[in-house]
Design a protein around this ligand. Sequence first.
Ligand code: ZN
Ligand code: ZN
Length: 144
Amino acid sequence: MADQIEGRCLCGAVKIQLEAPAGWVGVCHCRMCQRWSGSLWAGFPADHETITVTGPVRRYRSSQLAERAFCETCGSHLWMRDHKEGAPYDLMPGLFDESRTWPLQGEIYVDEAMASMAMAGQHRRATAAEYRAKNPETEGVSDE
Ligand SMILES: [Zn+2]
Ligand SMILES: [Zn+2]
């Protein structure tokens, strides 16, 4: 795997350089991700010290816990990130050419998935309750 990769939004105004990419993708089917992404959300984690961002980034505070960022010009989704200082990024895989060959590592909120977005294959799966039990800070977090 390449040590450094570069991604961009649809219009090219935002560029993201990344060192040591994760090499896998995770999916979330929660109601907030459905609304934001149109169907399901896919992302991969990156330490904040490994990425460099340039361009017109807009941030939307989607919950008490996290922000979601997008390109001000074309609207391409860029990342989701906790508000905490030094929090890792969850970057959108589609920004990077390299991620097109990465495997699906797991999906969460599977019990809230749209019927049209059922995913086949051998990967980790967690329901909303299972995910929240492991991540107690997400309890009660929603946009509604
Ligand atoms: Zn753009
Ligand atoms: Zn979600």
